[in-house]
Design a protein around this ligand. Structure first.
Ligand SMILES: NC(=O)c1ccc[n+]([C@@H]2O[C@H](COP(=O)([O-])OP(=O)(O)OC[C@H]3O[C@@H](n4cnc5c(N)ncnc54)[C@H](OP(=O)(O)O)[C@@H]3O)[C@@H](O)[C@H]2O)c1
Length: 352
């Protein structure tokens, strides 16, 4: 079976990454890709890495009717606030949608309004969207018509924390996460804080109080824990182009918990996950985004400090892959009954 795929927002970083993955996907024909700025131009006008692929295809204007006619499934890669008006139009006409923006990640309209400071135009859809983290929602993604792909910081934080929370290993009142993330997380358009002279070599905390990704991390951990979970999360902009590393500082409920207990919980929880690798033992002792770049893998590890009953839980991802386009394609594969690894079955780059 070949699925006809459209991209709304094909000229940005996640759009470019989706096109890279889908170029070799065995069950996909890319039929419609939008960019208002590059409409009428070939993809290589902004994506030089795609030279030799997609010959004859050009960017188009955002035209809902044309997308509906030419596509079965659409990836929406626009800034938040745009997808919430476009996605309902696709759903109303029977298309399936994977939204990479934040517009459908929060289940409650009041939460969306609080964190995104605007009313959701189609609040009834929030409850129907499936949060696109296959490690939790694989069964629901299979039949979803709308998948809300998680943020990159949230993906890393959740993958680091899910087994410990599910198994009741840690104190849910004290979860402190810091995330280091590369510059491509900010998208393709430079701003004062993100253009090269300002961003290169930084180690800069940002949105240190109330980053919006906190909302989805708390939402998902609370659902797993079946009670409200509060999380302190501080992202840090670092000089890398790709990569996100979450370090979750947690305290055990049982002071006897040791490395062996944690190892067993993580190894068994993620044993069947095609894109989770447990990192344990020298010489590369802890997860490092450098060793997942270009791939959909999340490397997970931990450091247990038994002396004070705490652990640091780590997850390293490529923000454009497991943190965005790769995870979206993983969900797409699940939705369509394909092998989850289709288009994604390769090791990371090294050196990167
Ligand atoms: N970068 C990451 O690591 C990452 C990770 C996870 C999730 N995300 C989320 O994924 C989405 C895309 O991120 P990105 O990094 O690819 O952003 P980007 O590089 O800035 O690209 C944005 C894309 O959206 C299009 N667009 C912008 N405004 C539009 C509008 N009003 N109507 C139609 N198209 C519009 C742009 O094309 P034209 O302006 O030419 O139309 C462009 O193709 C964002 O919501 C972001 O938060 C990003």
């Amino acid at each position: 079976m070949v699925v006809r795929v459209g991209l709304v927002g094909g000229s940005g970083y996640t759009g470019g990454e989706l096109l890279r993955i889908l170029a070799v996907h065995p069950n996909v024909e890319v039929t419609y890709v939008t960019s208002r700025e590059y409409a009428g131009k070939p993809f290589t006008a902004i994506h030089p890495h795609l030279r030799g692929f997609y010959k004859g295809l050009k960017f188009s204007e955002v035209n809902v009717e044309a997308l509906v006619e030419k596509c079965d499934t659409v990836f929406v890669n626009t800034p938040h606030g745009v997808s919430s008006t476009l996605t309902p139009q696709f759903l109303d006409r029977g298309l399936r949608v994977l939204d990479l923006s934040a517009d459908f990640r929060l289940r409650k309209p009041a939460d969306y309004e609080k964190w995104y400071e605007t009313k959701h135009p189609r609040p009834e859809l929030l409850d129907k969207a499936v949060y696109g983290l296959p490690e939790i929602y694989r069964e629901f993604i299979k039949t979803a018509s709308l998948v809300a792909c998680p943020g990159c910081n949230s993906t890393a934080a959740l993958i680091a924390l899910v087994p410990a929370v599910e198994q009741g290993l840690i104190d849910l009142e004290r979860i402190v996460v810091d995330v280091k993330v590369g510059s491509s997380e900010a998208g393709i358009k430079p701003s004062l804080g993100t253009h090269h002279p300002e961003r290169a070599n930084v180690m800069r905390p940002y949105e240190a109080e109330g980053h919006r990704h906190v909302a989805e991390v708390e939402q998902e951990l609370s659902l797993l824990a079946k009670k409200p979970v509060k999380v302190a999360l501080v992202p840090h902009a670092v000089g890398a182009v790709r990569g996100a590393l979450a370090t979750a500082h947690v305290w055990f409920l049982n002071e006897e918990t040791d490395e062996n207990n944690v190892w067993k919980v993580y190894a068994s929880r993620y044993a069947k996950e095609p894109f989770i690798r447990i990192v344990h033992g020298a010489p590369f002792r802890y997860p490092d985004p450098k060793y997942v770049v270009g791939s959909n893998f999340a490397d997970v590890g931990f450091a247990v400090e038994k002396r004070i009953g705490r652990a640091a839980l780590f997850a390293a991802i490529d923000n454009l892959m497991k943190g965005a386009a790769g995870q979206a394609v993983q969900c797409f594969n699940i939705m369509h009954g394909f092998d989850e690894r289709d288009g994604l079955n390769y090791p990371p780059l090294r050196p990167a």
